[in-house]
Design a protein around this ligand. Structure first.
Ligand code: ATP
Length: 846
């Protein structure tokens, strides 16, 4: 008898490979495949109508897929599935994204046609079960069928009597049995007994009620027999015994009511495995106790409960953490020095400090050593020095990028009560490193931001404090972990971005940018060999001329570090790799063709070979300036054009930014008006004030500068002034542009141009004193890069000149000035004799 009721619907389909959902039964489904995940996201999570909660659950059949995880592209039409309503959706992100759906089957359907496969499957289906079939109709129609129904009901009653009646689910089922319509009876019975996937599939596929009853009855009988056997052997009434404690054979035969939601066959082995792992992990007592308690909880849970996955993940993490794994330090100071020199060119000051740090560790394996924090522009080797330290010590290295971290739980983890809770980056790092004494590089601590979920830098304070970090508690792990053996090294681009309490915990080591010459040597010794190896090339295949390297540094990059330079060398290697590969494949083709022409006549052979003649590739491929332009395009940076200084009102200042020193041209212009000052270029308040200050200094010293102002009137009478600081899109602040603005204004009002070969930096006071500024080394290097021959600096910064490499100092004149008058005399060709002070301009001898 067919119970088809023929209602056609279009529903989203979920392919399930680990269990069969029967109408009337409930089950939890783990959703992992991308197709199924798409369905959950776009149907279940983004809509909230009742109809959007109805899905079609189709068990995968052997003909669908060979492996369980494989995505099934085409489901055959006529496949039988179960329409179900999704009652609950839970999700987790860790260890990988997964949803768990609680679904209840409503009716059987037959798939007529697959309407779409992506982003998730949708099918047109025909309802098969008649939801309103009456028992009276059945009796009248078929006596035999009525008897079958009755005996199934009787067996079900017997089975339920054998189960533990204190369980609410058993009580519910008993009540349900009395009123259950006959067409639902086999489905419900089949889902409360232990049956294999195939057996359940057969029940689902039995569209005819009589056939379905016949398939289910033996399952019930087998279950009852199994339970009787168990009762006999135990000589007592059926008890709810955890399946892990039952003899293997019986355990497999018995499906307790709890097992309706619990069908994971490997659970027992998994738990046993986990127990062994907990023992082997050598956790401290407190952690071990918690792990064992959690394991006990896990044994009592069904694998389909959301708590099960959470507890399982938690225990997996606990056993993977390196509670007692340590690597032995292999420190030899002489070797460390050699390693550092071998990995990095220049950086003498930094290397000296690192050697000191390592030497102290060698003498006294102090657990409370300082935390080094390298501060400098991008690409100057801060991260790679950290890696070298780990290598020298023979420790594992792990980099934790803190850029953009704005949530405390990123450092300290989420509490386990949250859905998708995860441990923080410190604990994850320890898991990855696999030892409890790795070198952790906390990259970009200046990029931490404070978000709505707490201040991550506050969490870092505890991590970095040697007094506290031996009992670091991650919210997820919730047991103290000893971080005192970890060596922490931090890096930052700018000191200003490091939160003050953190700055207090670390020892700041400035790392400055490189000179052109240092970059050249870094390229030759490190970057080119590294890129050649990365592209599978050798120095016999590619040779970059020294002039080409210099040209790349000067015309294709403008940076404090060497990252762009490394990228450009990478681009050259890629281009050469293509030529080498092309040449070798031409060769191969020519060889094959030579074989193929074996049977041709001699003339034909000659003609054929002549066509395929391959020039041997000229090795090494030499990169000269022409080849460089071919590969990298037209040069991006030319020497600063001196034309812009032809017009009065322009002066070259030196600024210090996170990416190192930069040359900044300040432009001033005047127009008719009533003394208004306009400042543009996204300036901060300090910079605005210093521009106003420079203008007022000029108003009071106009005469000394040779500017004709009528008696009793003002410099700004009927004049507006506009000062612009390029590049307008970058925000700027700080007082160090004071001398530059003053020079630009003097140039504007006197009509005399500033010397085109001079750049300057310095803060000024209202009385014309020049005050010291920061970042002198980077600023002078930036001026050198841009081709300036003279740099004016505050006199009090003269002591910083010892950090400037000798090669740069020999190529530039550095002029320290204590007063603005001296600056003006230094930057204007004929000076200002009327300024009335001792304005001798002296080049630094340092
Ligand atoms: N002195 C040097 N000798 C050899 N190689 C160097 C040197 N300085 C930098 N490098 C190389 O430059 C590249 C960039 O360096 P790294 O990533 O360490 O920079 P960083 O200062 O950490 O930058 P960021 O602040 O952006 O993280 C690396 O390949 C590194 O090996």
């Amino acid at each position: 008898m067919s119970a088809s009721s023929g209602i056609i619907r279009r529903i989203p389909l979920l392919l399930v490979s680990d269990d069969v959902l029967l109408p009337g039964a409930s089950m939890r489904i783990s959703v992992r495949s991308s197709n199924n995940m798409n369905m959950v996201k776009s149907r279940l999570l983004s809509r909230n109508t009742l109809s959007s909660a109805v899905i079609g659950v189709i068990p995968t059949r052997p003909e669908h897929s060979e492996s369980e995880n494989e995505e099934v592209e085409n489901i055959q039409s006529n496949t039988v599935g179960t329409a179900a309503v999704v009652v609950q959706v839970t999700g987790t992100n860790w260890p990988r994204p997964m949803y768990t759906l609680l679904v209840t089957g409503i009716y059987r359907f037959r798939l007529d046609r697959l309407l779409q496969s992506t982003p998730y499957k949708v099918g047109s289906v025909t309802q098969l079960d008649n939801l309103t079939l009456d028992e009276a109709d059945i009796d009248a129609e078929n006596k035999e069928l009525g008897e079958l129904i009755e005996s199934l009901r009787e067996k079900a009653r017997q089975l339920l009597d054998m189960y533990d009646i204190s369980l609410p689910v058993v009580v519910k089922l008993k009540k349900l049995l009395k009123t259950l319509p006959p067409q639902n009876l086999p489905d419900i019975c089949a889902s409360i007994v232990k049956a294999s996937y195939t057996e359940k599939l057969q029940v689902l596929d039995s569209v005819d009620l009589e056939e379905r009853l016949r398939k289910t009855l033996p399952l019930l009988v087998r279950q009852i027999e199994g339970l009787r056997l168990l009762q006999k052997s135990k000589k007592n009434r059926m008890q709810i015994v955890p399946r892990s404690k039952l003899p293997a054979v019986l355990g497999k035969m018995i499906q307790t009511p709890r097992d309706m939601l619990d069908d994971d066959k490997d659970t027992d082995n998994e738990l046993l495995d986990l127990e062994n792992k907990i023992r082997e992990a050598q956790m401290p007592d407190q952690a071990n106790k918690i792990a064992m308690n959690e394991l006990k909880r896990l044994e009592k849970m069904s694998p389909h409960m959301p708590d099960y996955a959470m507890t399982r993940n938690y225990l997996d993490l606990l056993v993977e953490l390196p509670w007692s794994k340590l690597t032995k330090d292999t420190l030899d100071i002489e070797q460390a020095r050699r390693d550092l020199d071998c990995d990095h060119y220049a950086m003498d000051k930094l290397k000296k400090r690192v050697i000191e740090f390592l030497a102290v560790r060698q003498l006294k394996n102090s657990l409370k050593g300082p935390i080094l924090c390298f501060v400098g522009p991008p690409g100057v080797g801060k991260t790679s020095i950290g890696r070298s330290i780990a290598h020298t010590l023979g420790r594992e290295f792990h980099r934790i990028s803190l850029g953009g971290v704005c949530d405390q739980s990123d450092i300290r983890g989420h509490r386990r009560t949250y859905i998708g809770a995860m441990p923080g980056r410190i604990i994850q790092g320890l898991k990855t490193a696999g030892t409890r004494n790795p070198v952790f590089l906390l990259d970009e601590i200046d990029k931490l931001t404070r978000g709505v979920h707490g201040d991550p830098s506050a969490a870092l304070l505890e991590v970095l404090d040697p007094e506290q970090n031996h009992t670091f508690v991650d919210h997820y792990v919730n047991v103290p972990f000893d971080l005192s053996q970890v060596i922490f090294i931090a890096t930052a681009n700018s000191l200003a971005g490091i939160p003050a309490p953190l700055r207090d915990r670390v020892e700041i080591i400035p790392v400055a940018g490189y000179t052109q010459e240092e970059k050249f040597h870094i390229a030759i010794r490190h970057l080119i060999p590294k890129q050649l190896a990365a592209h599978g090339l050798t120095s016999e295949q590619l040779q970059i001329l020294e002039d080409s390297i210099k040209c790349t540094i000067e015309k294709y990059t403008r940076e404090a570090g060497v990252r762009q330079l490394e990228r450009k060398i990478g681009a050259i290697c890629r281009a050469v790799a293509v030529r080498v590969a092309e040449a070798s494949s031409k060769h191969e083709r020519a060889d094959k063709d030579t074989d193929a022409v074996h049977h041709e006549t001699d003339d034909e052979k000659d003609a054929h070979l002549a066509e395929n003649v391959v020039d041997p590739p000229e090795m090494p491929i030499v990169i000269d300036e022409h080849a460089l332009e071919d590969i990298l395009g037209v040069p991006r940076f030319e020497r600063e054009s001196r034309d812009r200084f032809d017009e009065p009102g322009v002066a070259a200042g030196l600024a210090w930014t996170e990416v190192g020193g930069e040359v900044m041209h300040v432009e001033a212009t005047r127009m008719e008006g009533d003394g208004k000052l306009t400042l543009t270029g996204q300036l901060g308040s300090v910079m605005r004030e210093s521009a106003r200050l420079a203008l007022n200094w000029l108003r009071s010293h106009a005469e000394g500068c040779g500017i004709a102002v009528a008696q009793g009137s003002d410099l700004l009478e009927s004049t507006d002034v506009h000062i612009h600081f390029p590049a307008g899109a970058v925000s700027k602040d700080g007082p160090s542009a004071g001398v530059t603005v003053a020079s630009a204004l003097v140039s504007l009002f006197t009509g005399r141009s500033v010397r085109a070969d001079t750049a300057m930096t310095g803060e000024i006071t209202l009385h014309g004193l020049v005050l010291p500024v920061g970042g002198i080394r980077d600023k002078i290097l930036a001026a050198h890069r841009a081709g300036f021959m003279r740099v004016v600096i505050p006199q009090k910064n003269e002591k910083d000149l010892k950090d400037i490499p000798a090669t740069v100092r020999s190529e530039m004149s550095i002029i320290p000035c204590a007063r603005l008058e001296q600056v003006l005399c230094a930057v204007f060709p004929e000076g200002f004799p009327d300024l009335g002070r001792d304005v001798e301009v002296v080049t630094s001898k340092l």
